[in-house]
Write a new protein. Structure first.
Length: 250
């Protein structure tokens, strides 16, 4: 396992955004990485756009069939040769020193799992000024009340956290399910409270579907966290208060 960062990006019909996303990775001040782009059978121009890049650090993988982001990320994990894993969604944007700062932060804290703050952006990638701040540490208990670990901000040390915990399950909100599983195993997530990522959010994104969000979080409490109905209700109320506060603020 090489001392480099493996960046895993699931790609599905991301032609409108993937070029900008790739460029923000190639512009990173920390250059010891491999960029693994896993195409989940896109039907648009995604593959053609990716094919224009000749940087040897880019690895393109085409899935044999469309299975979803969870499977694409797991395929990327299988192909990853780096010690450190970073996840990036195909429409999100990194600040140029994101990897450098986060890797240093991980090493300084001797951490296996770190994440950063981020800023909401419009469909054009322009920051809205709404910045999400993150706590110093998140344990499993704290994570149940606040889903503030955003996928495109995460970095994981595979020497500290085994791949079987990093692999994502076939469930909606598979990323949150994965973070909970890692934390439930006794690990702690350390937060770097700096805005290093732009989260491109459109009006019709999955996260904007409030009814679906409620269903997803309830299923996570019952099936992933393994909580009883009363305990799920308690944590759900805490989550709902936080979600409403965030919506009013952002």
């Amino acid at each position: 396992m090489q001392e480099k960062i493996s960046i895993i990006v699931p790609v599905y019909n991301a032609g409108a955004f993937i070029e900008e996303t790739i460029k923000t990775v190639l512009a990173q001040t920390e250059g010891n990485f491999e960029l693994i782009l896993v195409d989940d059978c896109s039907k648009d121009s995604s593959a053609d756009i990716i094919g224009k890049f000749t940087d040897p650090r880019i690895c393109y993988i085409k899935q044999p069939e469309n299975r979803g982001a969870w499977a694409a990320r797991n395929r990327g994990l299988e192909a990853a040769s780096g010690r450190y894993i970073s996840f990036l969604d195909a429409d999100d944007i990194w600040v140029s020193d994101k990897l450098e700062k986060e890797l240093l932060f991980l090493k300084q804290h001797g951490a296996g799992f770190v994440f950063t703050g981020y800023e909401f952006a419009d469909e054009y990638g322009k920051g809205t000024g709404a910045v999400v701040k993150v706590p110093d540490k998140v344990t499993f208990k704290k994570a149940l009340n606040n889903t503030n670990i955003f996928t495109s901000t995460v970095m994981i040390d595979r020497k500290a956290i085994p791949d079987d915990l990093i692999r994502m399950p076939n469930i909606k909100s598979e990323d949150t399910a994965t973070w909970w599983r890692i934390l439930k195993a006794g690990h702690v997530a350390y937060g770097l409270n700096e805005n290093l990522v732009k989260y491109r959010r459109s009006a019709n994104s999955l996260s904007s579907d409030k009814v679906e969000a409620v269903r997803r979080i309830w299923r996570l409490y019952r099936e992933v966290a393994g909580l009883s109905v009363p305990s799920s209700c308690l944590h759900f109320c805490c989550w709902a208060v936080t979600a409403v506060w965030r919506r009013l603020r952002f």
